[in-house]
Design a protein around this ligand. Structure first.
Ligand code: ADP
Length: 634
């Protein structure tokens, strides 16, 4: 076994890897960027090396700097985690050349799966089912259009070098084929330097089921069963579970066997995932499944597999990379119970999932028990920055049945208290109380189909009951020690009852709490955390973030006319100009931040007085984007 390894990653996965290393007595070297100088993974590791500035391209993606850090610190191996350099064949090669073990597959295996058409060729030859379609050399429009017709619409065009959901076009009608093809080829060339495309039959009701595989350097390959990752938003996984519900034992066996065949076809070593698209338009139990792609690394969602197989996959990775044989044979790997994972993100579902940045002022969970696991790179006091993925934590539960594991996840989400920024906590909770989800009616259309139930109009806003709870809380002297702020407040006795008025702001609205305190009012389980003037109420899975007004400020009042950037980003498009008269909610500009396009709308109706930005400008956090003079003020 290695004595010392370097972890070329950050956040929760770096922390997760360090935990296993500690258990195995392996010394760890962390790497960090400027923004991560005090990050949890740095605090946890035995040693840490600074590798550059905050943007990933200047730190976590600098293979040569990371290799040097490994050599200088005497690490024998590098664990790349997921993302960053984990599927970079050149980096795997460079490690081999430097005599440092890359904890992952060979560069050849990575390359074999890098192009979609090549990968499909290999799988087809190995007898793994692939989505019907066309993946030939001839890229002539005539040929492609004829092939699309043969496949039958709807058809999906995919750039062979595409990834991350980019370079794909859905064509529903033959008349749009030529345009969408040109479009896809342009994107393939611009984003991936390759205009080559393939065509696939578009599966209208798919489930995403993937199989965890593991190979060693002695010719063995096993699978550790499947995960269902059908709950996705814009091709990003939100909830994962294992095993996949509603599939027959026969299908479970054949999908597992197919995955092993796929891994053997490329002499795979280490942890990998074979992703399948399952066509459930005619039911789940024995649905046809097709190879989609192979991820040649540890996946974000590997914990659900660990929970049901009671194995530590990072330990397996270290053992295999150091030359040991696989810890278990196929017949010794069994499924115990059911597991779920949700991805807790710093994002606001009520604002089109806009990523949030800021300091996490509080992070605790009073529901935790041994059915639950939290993988995170963040503790209270740490910040989520715009430089990296906004995932805060993975919440994982296990139960003997799917129902039990789902119930545990529901309690875990209800017990979670996280303050300082908006998260998708309530959205996740809404999934775990949705009858169709509890009934395991899964396909990739689930989230878009149920958006109204998952993000209702009142999302993140206080109900009557919430206002009573908040009022009771404030009446009980939450203002202690802050009398200066409260000096301006009404406070008098009426009919023997204390009567006080409070004002709270939540999501652009002002709420007046001035009912008599209701002595008979007994709230359900709820908790409230106050930090400065921000009050966060957690009430049965719902999260309300409200602000007490700042009585010390000049009371400038309505600020809806002044729109500032809530995080750094780039201006993609500007639809308005100085002097324009705009209506409330009218889209004014589009900004891109953390890989997400955000439409900025007018906070009030009025005249644009200032608009100091242009397309392609980089704007920093807090920068003025638009200043509107409200109609009534004008
Ligand atoms: P990428 O490499 O960009 O992630 P994939 O080929 O893995 O692209 O596909 C991304 C997503 O697109 C899949 O997770 C699935 O939801 C959807 N998808 C891919 N192929 C098909 C298909 N033939 N029919 C329907 N949906 C598909």
């Amino acid at each position: 076994m290695f004595k010392k390894i370097l972890i070329a990653n950050r956040g929760e996965i770096a922390c997760r890897i360090i935990e296993t290393c500690r258990k195995m007595g392996v010394v760890t070297v962390a790497v960090y960027s400027d923004a991560d100088a005090r990050a949890r993974h740095v605090r946890m590791a035995d040693e840490a090396v600074h590798i550059g500035a905050s943007p990933s391209s200047k730190s976590y993606l600098r293979g040569e700097v990371i290799l040097k850090a490994a050599k200088d610190s005497g690490a024998e191996a590098i664990h790349p985690g997921y993302g960053f350099l984990s599927e970079n064949a050149a980096f795997s090669d460079a490690c081999a050349k430097a005599g440092i073990t890359f904890i992952g597959p060979s560069a050849d295996s990575i390359r074999a799966m890098g192009l979609k058409d090549r990968a499909k060729d290999i799988m087809e030859a190995a007898g793994v089912p692939i989505v019907p379609g066309y993946k030939g050399e001839d890229q002539d429009l005539k040929t492609l259009a004829a092939e699309a017709k043969k496949i039958g619409y709807p058809v999906l065009i995919k750039a062979v070098a595409g990834g991350g959901g980019k370079g794909m076009r859905l064509v529903e009608d033959a008349k749009d084929f030529a345009d969408l093809l040109a479009n896809c080829q342009r994107e393939g060339l611009a984003s991936f330097g390759n205009a080559h495309v393939l065509l696939e039959k578009y599966i209208t009701k798919p489930r995403h089921i993937e199989v965890q595989v593991f190979g060693d350097n002695h010719g063995h390959v096993v699978h550790l069963f499947e995960r269902d990752c059908s709950l996705q938003r814009r091709h990003q996984k939100v909830v994962e579970e294992a095993p996949a519900p509603n599939i027959s034992d026969k299908m479970r066996k054949s999908i597992g066997d197919a995955a092993v065949k796929a891994a053997k076809a490329i002499n795979y070593s280490g942890a990998g995932t074979i992703e399948f698209i399952v066509d459930v338009s005619n039911g789940d139990a024995n649905a046809p499944f097709y190879f989609m792609e192979m991820n040649t690394r540890l996946q974000v969602e590997h914990p659900v597999t660990e929970m049901i197989t009671e194995q530590d996959l990072v330990e397996w990775q270290l053992r295999v990379a150091s030359g040991e044989k696989l810890p278990l044979a196929q017949k010794d790997i069994a499924i115990n119970g059911h597991a779920f994972e949700v991805r807790l993100y710093a994002e606001d579902p009520a604002q089109n999932f806009m990523p949030q940045t800021g300091r996490v002022t509080h992070f605790s969970n009073d529901a935790l028990n041994d059915q639950m696991r939290v993988d995170t790179g963040i503790e209270a006091g740490d910040s989520v920055t715009a430089f990296y993925d906004p995932m805060i934590a993975k919440l994982i539960t296990h139960g003997q049945t799917r129902d039990e594991a789902a119930k545990a996840m529901r309690s875990m989400l209800e017990g979670l208290n996280i303050c300082g920024l908006n998260t998708n906590q309530e959205f996740l909770h809404n999934i775990f109380v949705h009858p169709d989800f509890l009934d395991a009616q899964l396909d990739t259309g689930f989230i878009p189909r149920h958006e109204d139930a998952l993000i209702p109009d009142h999302y993140g806003r206080p109900s009557e009951g919430d206002l009573k709870i908040l009022h009771t809380y404030l009446m009980q002297g939450a203002d202690e020690g802050q009398n200066d702020i409260w000096g301006a407040h009404d406070n008098w006795r009426m009919c023997g009852d204390v009567y006080r008025k409070f004002t709270l702001n939540c999501r652009g609205e002002t709420y007046n709490l001035h009912t008599n305190s209701d002595k008979n009012f007994v709230p359900e389980y709820a908790s409230i955390i106050k930090h400065d003037r921000t009050i966060t109420l957690f009430n049965n899975g719902r999260v309300i973030r409200a602000e007490l007004p700042d009585y010390n400020s000049d009371g400038a009042g309505d600020t809806s006319g002044r729109i500032t950037a809530s995080m750094p980003g780039r201006i993609v498009s500007v639809m308005a100009k100085k002097g324009d008269v705009v209506e409330k909610d009218q889209p004014l500009l589009i900004m891109e931040s953390m890989k997400v396009e955000i439409t900025i709308r007018a906070g009030c109706g009025g005249t644009i007085e200032d608009l100091p930005i242009a397309v392609n400008d980089q704007v920093s956090d807090g920068a003025l984007l638009v200043q509107i003079t409200a109609e009534d003020a004008a």
